[in-house]
Design a protein around this ligand. Structure first.
Ligand code: COI
Length: 402
């Protein structure tokens, strides 16, 4: 259908491309496509280990550990043997498709040190599930999440000395997949690289919570129905920077992403957005946008919803994944029904919001007296950290074997 609407030369080109893809994929099918094989891992240790930084000097994502984990993939041979090597530059041809057509997606996850000095990961299965969904959406390969997690565990154990011990500190782990095929032709990459780097990080708010002010963005949208807003693609992040810079110029720490003429509240900066209010029926409700394809399937979002259903519902709260609008938020604020708002993501865990400016008007959001957070955001922060640092045993927190 599409080819018929194109100019004849473009149609021919498109046909040639699909023939090439078919050939690449039938070669892959003929050979089978081996999955990631942790038993084939080779390890080359660095000869120049880095000095550890003082925890107070850690800046998010600026410093990296000694090593990296890499696994190459080709359409012909599937996943090649995994390698842990010294942290190093990548060498890619300038024509590599990642540079031109944004064949890249990533994850953000963290490793924690508990009070018994054991290393823990938080819900790695959720990150693996999402990375596979992101990768497959941009014609990059998929893999066994369990096998890749096994390798991440080995890598994290090797880098254990970089995991800060204090609560609130962790090792931020960044798995990334890129298309590496050298071509300006557009098609599914015939080769890819899955790699993992890690960065010791401190709490997002080293001095305790710092509630943020938001500007609701109406000049741009982050995601749209049928788009890719629910996948962690690099291409979803770069276009969001200018609207964030515009909000910052006007003194706001983050922007609030809206959608449609209705002004649906979707996400805040790179986080999922939660609002607590007394709804029109007089019921206390924690609400966040539904996973309709425009919302990132946040691991923190999912965890907060599960915790809320376990801990708040018995206290009479309603927990909703439903569309809601700025106009509803403003009405709730005007009627004294707006209780709280916060962002949720791996990096900050929860990020309390104190005000939203929308169409030139500021909507104030209550905080606990004398604090930079509301009570719900504080409770979720405490519940999440207790699980992440193993203060309470919970199936979400995986202790790495010695
Ligand atoms: C998060 O909040 O966890 C994020 O996704 C931020 C990351 C892109 C730095």
């Amino acid at each position: 259908m599409l080819a018929r609407r194109l100019r004849p030369s473009a149609a021919r080109w498109s046909q040639q491309c699909s023939q090439q893809w078919a050939r690449a994929y039938s070669a892959q099918a003929a050979k089978g496509s081996p999955d990631i094989d942790p038993s084939a891992l080779t390890v080359e240790k660095t000869s120049s280990p880095k000095a550890l930084l003082d925890s107070k000097d850690l800046i998010f994502g600026r410093n990296f550990t000694d090593h990296m984990l890499s696994i190459e993939w080709t359409a012909q041979d599937g996943w090649l043997p995994p390698r842990i090597t010294p942290y190093q530059n990548l060498s890619l041809d300038p024509s590599a498709c990642v540079f031109h057509y944004a064949f890249t997606c990533f994850e953000g996850m963290k490793a924690y040190k508990d009070s018994k000095d054991r290393v823990r990961l938080f819900r790695p299965d959720r990150n693996m599930h999402r990375l596979n969904r992101s990768s497959s959406r941009i014609a990059l390969p998929t893999f066994s999440g369990e096998k890749f997690t096994e390798l991440i565990q080995k890598f994290v154990k090797m880098e254990e000395r970089f995991i800060p011990k204090q609560k609130g500190y962790s090792l931020y782990i960044r798995p990334t997949i890129i298309g590496t095929q050298n071509t300006l032709g557009i098609g599914p990459p015939g080769s890819a690289l899955l790699y993992v780097i890690a960065s010791p990080v401190g709490p997002y708010y080293p001095t305790g919570f710092k509630a943020i002010s938001l500007e609701a963005t109406e000049s741009a949208v982050r995601a749209w129905p049928g788009g890719v807003g629910d996948r962690k693609l690099g291409a979803n992040y770069a276009p969001c920077i200018v609207p964030q810079m515009d909000a910052a110029k006007r003194g706001y720490q983050q922007n609030l992403w809206l959608f449609g003429e209705e002004g649906y509240v979707t996400e805040v900066g790179t986080m999922n957005m939660f609002v607590a209010w007394v709804n029109e029926d007089g019921v206390k409700e924690l609400i966040t946008a539904p996973l309709d394809g425009t919302i990132l399937e946040g691991v923190t979002r999912e965890s907060i919803l599960e915790l809320a259903r376990e801990k708040l519902v018995p206290e009479g709260w309603k927990v909703s994944e439903q569309k809601f609008t700025m106009a509803q938020m403003k009405k709730a604020a005007d009627e004294g029904r707006l209780l709280e708002a916060f962002g949720a993501g791996t990096a900050a865990v929860v990020s309390p919001v104190k005000a939203i400016t929308w169409r030139g008007e500021e909507i104030k959001i209550p905080l606990s007296p004398g604090k930079e957070t509301g009570p719900l955001a504080e409770s979720f922060w405490n519940w999440m950290l207790a699980i992440q640092y193993g203060e309470v045993e919970h199936p979400w927190s995986k202790v790495l074997s010695e």
